[in-house]
Write a protein that binds this ligand. Sequence first.
Ligand code: B12
Ligand code: SF4
Ligand code: SF4
Length: 246
Amino acid sequence: MATPNQEELALALAAHGLLLRGAWQPEASDTLPALPDGHAPGAVWMVGVVGSDFWPHFTASPYYQDGQSDPLDRWSHSIGEAMAERFGGIALYPFEGPPYFPFQRWADRAEPTQASAMLLRIHPEHGLWHAYRFALALPQGAAPSTRTAGIPATQPAAAPGPWGDLCSRCSGQPCLQACPVGAYTGTTFALQSCANHLHGNSGGSCMQLGCLARRACPVGAEQRYAPAHAAFHMQAFAGHHPGGKA
Ligand code: B12
Ligand code: SF4
Ligand code: SF4
């Protein structure tokens, strides 16, 4: 099996509207599963989306159209498995768990993401408008040429303080003011208050255009999700979190 280079991987993913989001080199403490040949992975490549570029690819797929549950996870899984087989590795998914793989900590080892006041990872260019679909653990030799090599697994995810510098320097921190039910405090997220709002009569704006707090963030604003894409995530989120007692 030929070891893929970064360009090959990026090209294969681009056919699905997916992006290579950098890579990192695992250490024994990462306790990743072994590769099909029994060896430990030599590199883990993060695969995800930025903005809504992948949306037309996904909506054209049978997974979006078949009416079954969790279409985006099933779409991601089908591509992840195909890529893993093609490149002699294994695919690891953010949505399989608990226990979950620490995708946000992995992201910090692969690209310049940092903890935000919204707990999501924020990227200096993409802002909050990005997410991970899977990671590919590949053999030794598939070494990353993007940022990453050698960042230790034990390095704290966020520095300095509770958030990275983007949020610490952000004037007025509008994300913390924008939620109609104050679900974000900067260090916590009140899931049930959010769910109650989404299921109530006044939840329409969040449901149709996406989270008002997330939309208030000025970083990477041009990457905000398209309305149909945002509504899809909100429907999935509300579907998994019924309204009830706060
Ligand atoms: C469970 C889960 C949730 C839960 C709880 C989230 C939580 N913060 O605990 C709920 C249902 C609330 C949730 C909601 C959402 N989630 Co969520 N969620 C997950 C999931 C599946 C597992 C998280 C986990 O437990 N990981 C295991 C731990 C060990 O991993 P970790 O990397 O160390 O992550 C933790 C730390 O980084 C820590 N953390 C993050 N920031 C900070 C900051 C400080 C200072 C500290 C101390 C810790 C800390 O919180 C993380 C979770 O515990 C992840 C996918 C994944 N596998 O990580 C998505 C994930 C975190 N969610 C994601 C998203 C987008 C959302 C939503 C916007 C919904 C949506 N799909 O549109 C909302 C936003 C709510 C919010 N602000 O967190 C994305 C975030 C992408 C990004 N830009 O960072 C992820 C990575 C999924 C993905 N496919 O990309 N989520
Ligand atoms: S609005 Fe400001 S504080 Fe909130 S996530 Fe964006 S940069 Fe961070
Ligand atoms: S989706 Fe709406 S209610 Fe939920 S946290 Fe975002 S702004 Fe608040």
